[in-house]
Design a binder for this molecule. Structure first.
Ligand code: UD1
Length: 423
């Protein structure tokens, strides 16, 4: 099993091109199921999760044309040839569950396994299913499968989410595009990925207004047309490298990163004493001297501090001059990186949904284990700043979400390599 070996202590200096957002790409790919016309996506990140989604879509009848090494991918769902997404395919990645809504909307029925995914809490899909029921679908859960049917088509509905869910907002939006009449989504998620999905669906001929705000209105249409769309830049990847540059010191330009998508992180980095300078097509992050200041974070739906950057920010705070608190409000069980960071010398105590981080002057390399996607990359960040060698096992988690990670870091002077040693 692959592992990543980092010899830490080198500041990052250089330019890092930001890839298309994984979390957006997965839903955009699934949107191709809604139309008998082709959908072409540019700036597609080449990741384990996107390749996997391509395989799932192919199993449902979508022709996927993804040239080797290319970032432009064409999806053509001329006909849906299967409406069953089996356990073996869905369990590996939670976002695959999102094929349910588009198939239900386009052909009136679908059978999709309940999802698996990262081990960061229970992560149910009740809000997704309630939204489809409100649109007139009959749902039964049998032997781990969701069987959904709306044989006379979905109907527009008024849906008020009891709390903010990115996945449920996207999934309801995907299904409502082809429903009969108007659907309103209240207390909708406002993440940039929601706006990206709405823009893509509108380019396909959907009628969606209000994405990016708390209320989204979708007027159903009967069919969609051919479209081409560029995946939004990955704010979590950009934020991760911003934190890496802040942790190691140095200066990195994040090419293509969008500062408006990273407001909460930029504020926290500046409070820690890091320079963050947005420019025309990116963000420059610089830290030359001195200890970092401790900064508390509190994860919230967008525009709050993203849960997907909590682990990375904790690696930064491990080296601050004082004590900080990270509060995780979105997922239970999302501090699995804390004991691994402690192996590198961090001083972290977890109490329920809070982690108390007492900054230390130095981290020291050690063997550690990746647990989930974002946790893994926090270990990479800590390893880049630590003295000596850090070996990260189980790196397949990283490959799910970070495109060309070692290459991008090495280009900025990091000493990072991968080998196929045992885990
Ligand atoms: C998405 C992102 C993930 C990110 C998360 C929050 C993708 C592929 N993943 O996940 O990286 O960490 O947003 O920004 O885009 N919940 C329910 N019932 C539901 C749906 C959600 O109880 O039906 C709960 C979840 O367990 C969680 C909270 O709502 O506690 C928020 O989850 P949600 O926003 O739906 O996250 P995902 O869409 O799964």
């Amino acid at each position: 099993m692959d592992r990543i070996i980092i010899t830490g202590g080198r500041p990052l200096r250089g330019v890092i091109p930001i890839s298309g957002a994984k979390n957006s790409a997965l839903k955009l790919m699934v949107a191709s199921l809604l139309s008998s016309e082709p959908l072409t996506l540019d700036r597609m990140p080449r990741l384990a999760d996107t390749r996997f989604t391509a395989t799932l879509l192919e199993s449902l009848g979508v022709a996927v044309d993804w040239p080797d090494a290319g970032a432009t991918v064409r999806f053509h769902a001329r006909e849906i040839t299967s409406t069953i997404a089996p356990y073996d395919l869905v369990r590996k990645m939670r976002a695959s569950f999102n094929v349910l809504g588009p198939m239900l909307a386009r052909v009136g029925h679908a059978t999709v396994s309940l999802p698996g995914g990262c081990a960061i809490g229970a992560r149910p899909v009740d809000l997704h299913l309630k939204a489809f029921e409100a649109m007139g679908a009959d749902i039964v859960i049998e032997q781990g499968y969701v069987k959904a049917a709306a044989l006379r088509g979905l109907k527009g509905a008024s849906i008020v989410f009891p709390f903010v869910s990115v996945g449920a907002t996207e999934h309801a939006m995907l299904a409502a595009v082809l429903a009969d009449g108007e659907t309103t989504l209240e207390n909708a998620a406002r993440e940039p990925e929601i706006v990206d999905l709405a823009n893509c669906l509108n380019a396909m001929g959907a009628k969606i207004e209000g994405a990016g705000g708390g209320a989204i209105v979708i007027t159903g249409v009967t069919s969609l047309r051919e479209a081409r769309h560029m995946v939004v830049a990955d704010r979590i990847e950009a934020g991760t490298y911003a934190i890496a540059a802040a942790t190691t010191g140095g200066e990195v330009r994040l090419e293509g990163a969008v500062a408006q998508h990273l407001g909460a992180l930029i504020q926290a980095l500046r409070a820690a004493g890091v320079e963050v300078i947005p420019d025309a097509d990116g963000i420059v992050v610089r830290r030359e001297n001195g200890r970092l200041q401790p900064v508390d974070i509190d994860t919230q739906p967008f525009p709050g501090f993203p849960t997907d950057l909590q682990a990375q920010f904790m690696a930064l705070m491990a080296l601050a001059d004082g004590t900080s608190i990270a509060r995780e409000n979105i997922f239970e069980n999302r501090f699995m990186h804390a004991p691994e960071l402690s192996r590198l010398g961090a001083d972290i105590t977890v109490r329920g949904k809070e982690a108390v981080v007492r900054g230390v002057a130095k981290l020291h390399g050690a063997p550690v284990m990746a647990t989930d996607l974002r946790a893994s990359v926090s270990l990479v960040i800590a390893g880049l700043a630590a003295e000596g060698e850090t070996i990260i096992n189980r790196v397949y988690h990283l490959d799910r979400g970070f495109e060309r990670l070692e290459e991008k870091l090495v280009a900025c002077g990091a000493d990072v390599r991968r080998d196929g040693g045992s885990a």
